[in-house]
Design a protein around this ligand. Sequence first.
Ligand code: PLP
Length: 445
Amino acid sequence: MDNQQIVKDNLDYTLFSWGKQGGLNPINVSHANGSYVYDRDGKKYLDFSSQLMNVNIGHGNQRITDAVAKQMQEVSFVYPGMATDVRGKLGKKIAEITPGNLTKTFFTLGGAEAIENAIKLVRMYTGRHKIITHYRAYHGATYGAITAGGDPRRFPVDSQAMPNVVHVENPYAYRCPWNSDSIEQCGERALAHLERVVKFENPNSVAAILFEGESGSSGCLKYPPMYLKRVRELCDKYGIMMIDDEVMSGFGRTGKMFGIDHHNVTPDIMCLAKGLTSGYLPLGGVVVTDKIAEHFNDNPMTIGLTYSAHSVLCAAALENIKVIEEENLVERAAEMGLYIEAEVEKLKAKHPSIGDFRNTGLLGCIELVKNRDTKEPTTPWNAKPNEMEATSRMATKIRELGMFTFVRWNWIFIAPPLNVTKEEVDEGLQIISQAIAIADEYVIP
Ligand code: PLP
């Protein structure tokens, strides 16, 4: 089929995520390998965001293809009430790599479903109904999950939002809502604010505090040291469950197996997806502690999905985790993250529009401003289309120069596959530097 016809059929017969359908110009993918995606005209794009921050082991890994094909030959689908070898092995592996006494996993098909089911589980387990989450966070696009996320992607469905979600401000040190002098002070004030909200809401009505293991698409906002540890203490004080959303930050992305591993905290529930299979097939999971699991030995656990624990998806995940472990990708992400931090520091000297760079392992965002003192963003948060000039120009430039990554409002994301090479990072940062030269034009001295 000719190349134009492929794009035309995509546009004529399928709907694309998140936005207006008119005027779309998708990359016409032919194949992908390692850190690159190739289009049908032979142009290659350096994948500097691992697609949706999920292709952790890079593209085209033959081991996953082989594991999936083998599993399909044995058994593809049996209903979730049956036991399979691969399901048990994957469950056991997840219990081994997750912190503390997180032991049992309920498998879903993606991140939003993991969040939905985690919310149902904590409500059943605690008998309470409220869920506290951060404004600057994203937890998925189904009704419950989009309400739980606080960022503007929830606005279009606000009138039908899931009840009993309460949002709090993040400890966003670069723009701290409480006028603090340091990240630690911002953390203290955020914690005081969180506890006030818990008290105002009636602690006995709060089932869970839900947060991202490491903030992702809402701006890579780093938690102040001790923040999550103190959230854990707050949860223990009031009998609240701690739900850790590791959908984006899990499986080595941040230079530890999970984002929360940077904080030495064990949540009551962990939500997984994305890097669980590196996107080769769709799989998510809700991991619960022994204690929660035991509760459901005698109480009905009324959740279920036709495709829960699908054998082929489990096989992809199991092999993917083996690749992450055997190729030391967690350590590599940590190492490469430090290299990127040093290189972006050099870019800062060159580009006055770089206000801040927040990075943990290979989950990083450059924040662009018109002026470093006023911190006025090059594109405002939740900008309307007519305020997006700088963002659109940068995105176009990045694509022209042969790179794919996320440019959202005034943030550029740096989240390549965990096995990205130094040469690829250099190539990527060189392209990003050319895009940031556009943001520099908007700087007001
Ligand atoms: N949670 C976080 C932190 C995410 O970043 C995402 C997706 O980007 C989700 C949940 C939703 O996952 P999915 O798109 O697989 O439903």
